[in-house]
Design a protein around this ligand. Structure first.
Ligand code: FES
Ligand SMILES: [Fe+2]
Length: 352
């Protein structure tokens, strides 16, 4: 089950060039989507399913601002209307493919999967993209064969940094004793916490003298469907036990992560990390990039195995612990939106 009235990330803007063969096939919320860029630079998102015999349009070819199905040659404009049927003059009214609203923002491509009349771009989450001149952001992506609810639970409970990421981010068990402040937002949860007087994350410990300690600030903005925006700051350990650190700021960074459910069993994970220009140094953003790439493989291994276990034994009762508070809040938001949509029918608007 997926919330449809929602902006879903379809990838990074650089994945979709003006090239002749630059056609992206995605699966978003269990629907096949084809994306291509028009000569004017705009992006088209269409159901990846020809209205004739359901051939995949991503196997087609771009022609101007149109796409041609390469099974029997029907051509569709960017509004999804068929404009040509080779060997037939009459074009039936119903010869069209569903299109979806698209917005590019912060170097991400966003597709609205629900009622087009409700596609409000202001609902796209805040993020810091690689194009932002004040930040040195590096990007990547990974496919994870797990349900997106497991990703929500993973990201809303960062106590797993101690365990899953013991060889990358971890280095302390202080994450298991966090006092996290959760605040509900219109489409998600904002979670903030400090981890004080701890060693640097494992991936950076070699840069500092033994015994060097730091204060870490986490400010997480999580929104539907599964967008995780982390403002992460590192300070030399200060004396403050409450409120902002009174140490010296050594790293100001953003990690922006958009997790798009493909179907019930997999997600496409588009993510970034990078430091502010002001706190960056030679090699720093490259090191962050290497660290997050390694860490997300650790998450992937854990979540894929967990997903298989849950699929095998859906009847098995699970025990809740204190760290489930954050995941519980975000999953509650998800269920609320799912229930609201189930009680209203979403019109599917076809080009007339
Ligand atoms: S299936 Fe596309 S033209 Fe026949
Ligand atoms: Fe993780």
């Amino acid at each position: 089950m997926f919330v449809k009235n929602c902006w879903y990330c379809a990838g990074w803007d650089y994945e979709l060039s003006q090239g002749k063969h630059a056609i992206l096939a995605r699966r978003i919320a269990d629907e096949p989507i084809v994306l291509y860029r028009k000569p004017d630079g705009g992006v088209v998102a269409m159901e990846d399913r020809c209205c004739h015999r359901q051939a995949a349009l991503h196997l087609g070819q771009k022609e101007g601002d149109s796409i041609r199905c390469m099974y029997h040659g029907m051509k569709f404009g960017p509004d999804g209307k068929c404009t040509e049927i080779p060997g037939q003059d009459h074009i039936p009214e119903k010869a069209c493919v569903r299109t979806y609203p698209v917005v590019e923002k912060d170097n991400w491509i966003w597709v609205w999967m629900g009622d087009p009349a409700k596609a409000d771009p202001s609902l796209i989450c805040f993020s810091v993209g690689p194009g932002d001149k004040n930040w040195n952001i590096k990007t990547s992506q990974v496919r994870v064969n797990a349900n997106y609810r497991l990703e929500i639970a993973n990201l809303m409970d960062l106590s797993h940094l101690t365990w899953v990421h013991r060889n990358t981010f971890g280095g302390t068990d202080a994450y298991t004793r966090n006092k996290i402040k959760h605040v509900m937002t219109p489409r998600g949860v904002r979670s903030t916490f400090w981890v004080r007087g701890v060693p640097a994350p494992v991936f950076a410990q070699h840069m500092f003298p033994p015994g060097a300690l730091f204060d870490l600030s986490f400010d997480v903005d999580m929104t539907l469907p599964c967008n995780f925006i982390l403002h992460f700051q590192v300070w030399t350990a200060g004396t403050a036990t409450d409120g902002p650190s009174d140490g010296q700021l050594v790293l100001d960074s953003y990690s922006c992560q958009a997790i798009t459910p493909r179907d019930a069993d997999s997600v496409d994970y588009y993510y970034s990390w990078g430091s502010s220009v002001a706190t960056d140094g030679p090699g720093m953003s490259d090191m962050l990039y290497e660290a997050i790439n390694a860490a997300f493989l650790e998450d992937r291994e854990m979540l894929e195995a967990q997903h298989q276990n849950i699929k095998e034994r859906t009847d098995r009762k699970m025990v809740d612990i204190v760290h489930d508070a954050g995941p519980g809040k975000m999953l509650w938001v998800l269920e609320k939106f799912l229930k609201e949509e189930a009680s209203t029918q979403i019109p599917i608007v076809q080009a007339a």
